[in-house]
Design a binder for this molecule. Structure first.
Ligand SMILES: Nc1ncnc2c1ncn2[C@@H]1O[C@H](COP(=O)(O)OP(=O)(O)OP(=O)(O)O)[C@@H](O)[C@H]1O
Ligand SMILES: [Mg+2]
Length: 219
């Protein structure tokens, strides 16, 4: 099964790690997940240290102890993936060897974009890297944009979808909004399903997980 998903955007702070963690949380309810921190900043490893300290247990969610290098991704990830239902890679905010290798080993990439003129413009660079890789056949990835950290009720939020259509890449119907529960869950080392399962954010990640599975089924 095609099961490696990377979360990529060279723009920093768009919600990549948050989406990696919570999509992993969703998928771990029905399968075994390997969540790979491929960002030298180690955001997911740090989050995992809090989990371990606070004894948050989910036997279906296995997390890298140290950030993976491009060599780790290249040499072992494809074979490691055979032991899991899904692998999720959190990419760094750089168009570097790690990100390019992550794209090369992935079957799918989710590209989070926050609404805003600068954010949409800088997403262009990541889209370009993906399109060039597909053209040269260096990668065989299915990309999809995800509107992330949308501020409810803003004009920018409403207009983001139309603005993103210029990239000619499919866009998830579900949008992840900026909500306090999301930033709080990150600090506490929990997924949103562990922190506040009945929140609007948990509902958004339920919908994202379902939409992802539907996409996977039809590709
Ligand atoms: N939906 C959301 N609602 C509220 N806060 C959010 C949401 N998504 C992310 N954040 C917060 O925004 C900040 C950046 O998020 P995150 O670290 O996931 O982004 P990133 O793209 O991985 O950043 P980097 O490029 O530095 O790796 C964090 O403080 C996180 O808690
Ligand atoms: Mg990150």
């Amino acid at each position: 099964m095609s099961n490696i998903i990377s979360i990529s955007n060279i723009k920093g702070g768009v919600g990549k790690s948050t989406i990696a963690i919570n999509l992993a949380g969703y998928l771990s309810r029905t399968g075994k997940i390997f969540l790979v921190d491929a960002d030298p900043q180690g955001t997911i490893c740090d989050w995992n240290s809090i989990r371990k300290k606070d004894n948050v247990v989910n036997n279906n969610l296995i997390i890298t102890d140290e950030p993976y290098s491009d060599n780790d991704l290249k040499s072992s990830l494809k074979s490691e993936a055979l032991n899991y239902d899904y692998v999720i890679i959190d990419c760094p905010p750089e168009d570097d060897l790690i990100m390019r290798t992550a794209l090369a080993v992935s079957d799918f990439t989710i590209l989070p974009v926050t609404p805003g003129p600068f954010d949409i413009r800088s997403a262009h660079k990541t889209v370009q890297t993906i399109k060039e890789g597909l053209q040269s056949k260096a990668i065989k990835i299915k990309p999809r944009i995800l509107i992330s950290k949308k501020i409810v009720g803003t004009v920018l939020g409403r207009e983001a979808r139309e603005a993103l259509e210029i990239f000619k890449i499919p866009i998830f119907k579900i949008e992840i909004c900026q909500r306090i529960a999301m930033s709080e869950s990150g600090i506490t080392g929990m997924t949103i399903f562990e922190y506040e399962p009945s929140s609007k954010s948990a509902d958004e990640f339920n919908k994202l997980g379902k939409e992802f599975k539907k996409w996977q089924k039809h590709t």
